[in-house]
Ligand binder design. Structure first.
Ligand code: NDP
Length: 289
């Protein structure tokens, strides 16, 4: 079994971005974060993204808004960043309160500042394999992990668990793209999929993004398959100061014994998501110069 070290791969990307940013004279790339409410996971994700930006030399701004904000008011806040030529990338941290439509909000961000890759135009460009669009950070990070680990995808069967707009669907699209990594035969599974185990057992590569702790068991995995575990699940653990620990969607202990490559949680996909956000921000900056 080969452990895919997401921290190490993300760090090498961050180092090369840091070098590139240090060569920029004048105003630095700038990303604006909008956080609505005080969800602890959102607070922690945004803090981590800001810290990484700072380390690279990318400037970041943070707008914190109350849960009670209306959709119209939130749209006004986004439009102010859209119109600000000193801001190159905009990220609205999900989840948003129930009275706000995430699709409407993501589509309010100017496509050229959409460093999260959630705007309809950028999703369309991904479908068309148009490299001028932004690819969502987590799926883009998955591709980098596959590349760095030299996992073969051409002609292989990739099974994606989960069909969300932000992970499952774009990850599947990337795996069927013409080129490498890509050229795979892809099956997308979701909560209504029947005989899931029969499907996952055929997979050469499983990308698990369902949000169910330790869901993928040893019995669901073929000997020698590779595993990308996207899930981040908090489970109670009284031995931890925080009272919880993070586990993925895959039963790492059992599955790692029979697979070829596997990502740990934490330390697999998570750091890559942040690194790809920084990459997208630098690209947004370059495109707007
Ligand atoms: P969503 O809740 O949006 O989507 C989950 C998907 O999993 C849905 O398509 C759902 O099916 C499917 N699903 C749920 N239960 C099952 C099941 N028993 N069998 C098969 N499919 C199932 O989640 P996200 O895509 O946003 O996130 C998935 C996981 O990845 C979460 O743990 C999240 O925290 C993590 N994540 C990690 C990131 C990182 O940087 N590492 C970034 C983003 C997410 P249906 O559509 O039918 O409901």
């Amino acid at each position: 079994m080969k452990l895919i070290d997401g921290n190490k791969i993300a760090q090498s990307i961050i180092e090369s971005l840091t070098k590139e940013v240090s060569k920029i004279n004048g105003p630095k790339p700038t990303v604006a974060f909008i956080r609505v409410g005080e969800d602890p996971a959102s607070v922690s994700y945004v803090r981590k993204k800001q810290k990484t930006a700072e380390n690279i030399g990318i400037q970041s701004l943070l707008k914190i808004l109350p849960d009670s904000i209306s959709q119209e008011e939130l749209i006004e806040e986004i439009e102010a960043f859209n119109d600000d030529s000193n801001v190159h990338g905009i990220l609205i941290q999900a989840p948003l309160p129930d009275h706000i439509s995430e699709t409407t909000i993501f589509n309010t961000v100017k496509p050229e500042k959409d460093v999260d890759g959630f705007h309809t135009l950028n999703i369309g460009k991904l479908c068309q394999e148009d490299p001028s669009g932004f690819v969502a950070c987590t799926p883009a990070g998955i591709v980098e992990l596959i590349k760095h680990s030299k996992i073969q995808t051409e002609g292989k069967h990739v099974v994606v668990l989960g069909r969300s707009q932000i992970v499952g669907k774009p990850a599947a699209l990337l795996m069927i793209q013409k080129g490498l990594p890509g050229n795979a035969t892809v099956t997308i599974c979701h909560s209504k999929t029947q005989n899931l185990e029969v499907i996952t057992k055929q997979a050469d590569l499983i990308i698990a993004a369902i949000g169910r702790p330790n869901f993928v068991s040893e019995a669901m995995v073929k000997e020698g398959a590779s595993i990308i575990d996207v899930g981040i699940n908090r489970i109670p653990d009284s031995s931890k100061k925080s009272g919880f620990r993070l586990v993925g969607d895959v039963d790492f202990e059992a599955v790692s014994k029979k697979c070829d490559h596997i990502t740990p949680v934490p330390g697999g996909v998570g750091p890559m998501t942040v690194a790809m956000l920084m990459q997208n921000t630098l690209n947004a900056y370059k495109n707007q110069r």
